[in-house]
Every structure is written in C-alpha cells, then in structure tokens.
Design a protein around this ligand. Structure first.
Ligand SMILES: [Ca+2]
Length: 331
C-alpha cells in the first residue's frame, strides 16, 4: 500500500513537472532598484557555482523566499551560479513540506521562473532528529542523486537546515562535496527579534529557521561548523530592509503579497520588509561577505529558559565551534 502511495505521489509530480506552464518567462532587469538593493554594482565572485536551493516558500505571510528566488535567478543569469535543484521544506508559518511543495509549483509560475520547475524536488517531511521514514528516505535519495552529479555544491538553506543535516548525518553524500551551507539564523545571547515598538515583543519574529528544526542545527554546528555561513537577524534590518514599492516595481505579480506583508510588519513597528534569506546571495558576490560583516566566530546551541524557542543558536560565544556569521548592521 505504501509503495502504491509513493508511486502515485511521484506520478502526480511527474505529470505536473511536464505540464505546460502559464506564467510569463523571467526577464532579467539587473538595473532595477530591487537588484541594486541586493547586489549594488558588485560582480560575481563565483563562476557557475552549482547550488541547491532549499526553500519554505509561502504565498502569503513571509515573502522573503519569493524575493530570494528572483534574486537567485538574477545571479544565475549573471553567471555566478547554476541552480541544480529547488527543494521544498516545511517551515514558514508551520507549513508542512507538502504545503510548501504546492506553493513552490504555483509561485515559480507566478514569478516567471518556469525554467526551474523541472528542478523542483520535494524535501523530507520530518525534522532531522527524527528517524527517517521510508518516504523521507526516497525523497532524500532523489536529492542525493542530484547533489552527487557535481563535485562541489553550495546549499542555500532558506528555511530549516534539515536537508543539509540529513545529507551529512546519514552519509548520503561525501562531506567534501558540500562546499558551504548558507543558512539564516542565530542570535547574540538574549537577543529578541523585535523592533521594541508597538506590540513588538509580543509579536516579534522568531529565529524561525533554527527553531523549526533545532535538531538540524544541533547536528551541523558541532560537526560541520566550518561549512556554515549564516545570515543573522541584524543583517536584514535598517537600510537592508526592502520596500514593497521596489518589490512591486520589479515583479508586479508580487505586489499584492508585498503590500499585505508591509502592512502586517508596519503594525509591529517595521518601516519596510526585513529580508534575511535574500542576503545569502551576497556569498556569491565580490566583497559581498565583507559588506555584511561576515566573520568567523564561535557559536553553540544553548538552552535558554524564558524564550518561546528556548533552544537557540548563540553566536560570539566563548566556547563552541567556529562558523561564519554575518551581523553588521547597515543603517
Ligand atoms: Ca525562508
């Protein structure tokens, strides 16, 4: 029965992946204010670097993943990277992998990223500390077979770092094949993710990508810290926030989502839309890391009572494992 279910799921995906798509094709507009905002006048540091994107894309709520997908496509058109897979993962707003997977098919179409639709892979359903189910095993094997086609892959984790953790923890790929894991998360000790204005502390952001799969971070930090390159909360604030006007001007199909998101964020004290995931693109640009203030720093997973998410990734610790974290505030 289980085998039958797997077969049906994969047949459905196969049919969808070869179905004609409706959206207009992506058109690069590297001079737009949105691209300038993230790239400035920087040039590629890498050349056709194979990259696996792992995303918890939603079609309402958080908009960062959608903006990230567009900017990664720009990077690809500039020749910095070559996207080898776009993987769905649970995360944003407690979405399941199945929900995100559905979102991803629709959203890539809406964004005109139709050339990536054949690259969509379904991520695992369960957090990294859980045993692999038979279904997750099949899903991870498909992701593994894509990664193993390339000698050196960068994984951009735009959600929980479950896929990287599972690839390494279960010995699915040789660690030397994964050059870097770009992640989003981590905090200074005691840092709360709020503006401090309005209802800020009540409705502050969570360090969501860490919190949604603490098991992934608890595995990667001690064993593969040197591969981790983390965009932190501070990285995406101040002048690094993105305006809904810039998003709408760049992609009219995102206008509704962008203004709705800005309205919600305005109610908790933000002027614009903090964007964290998208700053992972800086890794591929000359002086990109320097501009974000990325530095090697000691980090550790710690339990801190009194927080909604007590298991946290703390940066700048006295003891711990050395990873790279980007926390320069650009005002
Ligand atoms: Ca995300």
């Amino acid at each position: 029965m289980k085998t039958l279910t797997f077969l049906l799921v994969f047949l459905c995906e196969l049919v969808r992946s070869v179905s004609p798509v409706m959206g207009a094709d992506f058109v690069s507009t590297t001079t737009s204010s949105l691209v300038q905002h993230f790239f400035g006048n920087k040039v590629c540091r890498t050349n056709q670097q194979p990259i696996l994107l792992v995303t918890d894309t939603t079609r309402d709520g958080e908009i960062d993943d959608s903006i990230s997908l567009l900017m990664y496509r720009e990077l690809e058109m500039l020749g910095c990277i070559k996207v080898i897979g776009v993987v769905s993962i649970f995360g944003n707003g407690k979405s399941s992998t199945a929900e995100v997977h559905e979102n991803l098919f629709v959203r890539l179409n809406e964004l005109g990223l139709t050339s990536w639709q054949p690259l969509i892979l379904r991520g695992p359903d369960h957090k990294a500390f859980k045993e692999m189910t038979a279904f997750d095993t099949i899903l991870m094997e498909r992701i593994t077979s894509v990664v193993n086609q390339y000698p050196s892959v960068v994984i951009a984790e735009l959600g929980p770092m479950t896929v990287s953790a599972r690839l390494l923890k279960h010995g699915l790929v040789d660690p030397s094949r994964i050059e870097r894991i770009l992640g989003v998360g981590g905090r200074s000790k005691g840092e709360r993710f709020s503006t401090g204005k309005g209802l800020g502390s009540l409705f502050s952001f969570r360090d969501m990508n860490i919190a949604e799969d603490t098991g992934a971070a608890m595995y990667l930090v001690p064993y593969y810290a040197e591969k981790l390159w983390m965009v932190t909360y501070q990285t995406g604030l101040g002048s690094r926030e993105v305006s809904p006007d810039a998003v709408s001007a760049y992609t009219p199909s995102l206008a509704g989502h962008a203004y709705q998101r800005a309205k919600v964020l305005g109610s908790i004290g933000y002027t614009n839309i903090p964007s964290w995931d998208t700053w992972t693109t800086s890794y591929f640009l000359q002086n990109g890391s320097e501009e974000l203030g990325c530095k090697k720093t000691k980090a550790a997973m710690r339990y801190l009572a009194g927080f909604k998410d007590p298991m946290q990734l703390h940066l700048n610790t006295e003891k711990g494992h050395t990873l790279t974290a980007c926390h320069q505030v650009k005002q």
